[in-house]
Write a protein that binds this ligand. Structure first.
Ligand code: ZN
Length: 83
């Protein structure tokens, strides 16, 4: 699972401006980083994201969370494959 540390939520939002996330269970795009409307999966539930999601830390807030993978990471992966 990919893990990253940000100074603040401002930096986090700058990296992931679309605020779209991909459900690690069924692959549906969702605007909720924790909850998939289609399959009802919760990234903050008991099983989290099965280790397939994304983990981030916000230093200023002292928060570490596991969420669905932001779609920017898929776009970036695709671009680097094409190069
Ligand atoms: Zn889902």
């Amino acid at each position: 699972m990919q893990e990253e540390t940000f100074k603040s939520y401002r930096e986090f939002n700058k990296k992931f401006p679309t605020k779209m996330f991909k459900c690690t269970n069924c692959g549906t795009l969702t605007t909720d980083k924790y909850y998939c409307v289609k399959c009802g999966w919760r990234a903050d539930g008991l099983l989290k994201t099965w280790g397939k999601g994304y983990k981030y830390t916000i230093e200023d807030e002292g928060i570490t969370e596991e969420i669905f993978t932001p779609i920017e990471l898929f776009i970036f992966r695709k671009e680097s494959e094409e190069k």
